[in-house]
Design a protein around this ligand. Structure first.
Ligand SMILES: [Mg+2]
Length: 220
């Protein structure tokens, strides 16, 4: 006899965290004048002129992060967890759900916040920096999360590893919705508690405007 086991998989940037971690890192490192350059990269990505890989590479080139920067930013991100998410994640786990995180963000920036949320490394799937001494030299391009459509691949792996009978994806972004539309999750809940993305809200079968709505939807 097999018992039901639900996997609840959260996006990180603008979902578990109230910021976009890489943009937060760039703003911390470069100051407000980085804003215009960042916006140009972001807009190119949204307009479809730039792949995810190219956008990551352009932002990392701009940032020139060191190990010290990464460590400092990881600490700063511990206090950017979306209010109410720690409690929600704990209550889901207490009810028997497996809680995982899937992110296009980077392990070295997110690891402390994810640890604080009690999400173990095996259930935290993120991009990885490559290093040249103390400098970030780029990212592991073999990681599916560095590619468009990568969240679906990773979600299927997590579901298999967790022995999940149902997978729920929760996130603010189009990449989160696309993982569900690719068939990698049985449910998708769009999350607008940090930023409401209208393209996601319009297509999402379920949508939570805030953490308490999300909690209510996940009670089913
Ligand atoms: Mg997000």
């Amino acid at each position: 006899m097999t018992s039901a086991r639900r996997l609840v998989c959260f996006d990180v940037d603008s979902t578990l965290l109230a910021v976009e971690s890489l943009d937060f890192a760039l703003a911390e490192k470069l100051g407000p004048d980085a804003r215009a350059k960042l916006d140009a990269i972001t807009n190119a990505g949204m307009g479809g002129q730039m792949s995810l890989k190219a956008s990551l590479a352009a932002r990392l080139d701009l940032a020139r992060l060191t190990r010290m920067d990464a460590a400092r930013i990881a600490v700063a991100l511990q206090s950017r967890i979306t209010p109410g998410m720690s409690e929600l994640v704990s209550s889901l786990r207490a009810k028997g759900d497996v809680v995982a995180a899937v992110s296009g963000g980077f392990h070295d920036l997110l690891r402390l916040a994810l640890r604080d949320l009690g999400i173990p490394q095996a259930l935290s799937q993120t991009n990885r920096f490559t290093w040249d001494g103390d400098m970030v030299s780029g990212f592991d391009a073999a990681n599916p999360l560095s590619d468009n459509g990568g969240k679906a691949v990773v979600l299927r792996d997590l579901a298999r590893t967790a022995g999940a009978t149902e997978t729920v994806m929760v996130g603010d972004g189009i990449t989160d919705l696309e993982a569900f539309e690719a068939g990698a999750a049985q449910r998708f809940i769009g999350f607008g508690g940090v930023i409401r993305r209208n393209a996601v809200a319009a297509r999402a079968p379920e949508y939570a405007a805030n953490v308490s709505d999300l909690s209510a939807l996940l009670a089913n």
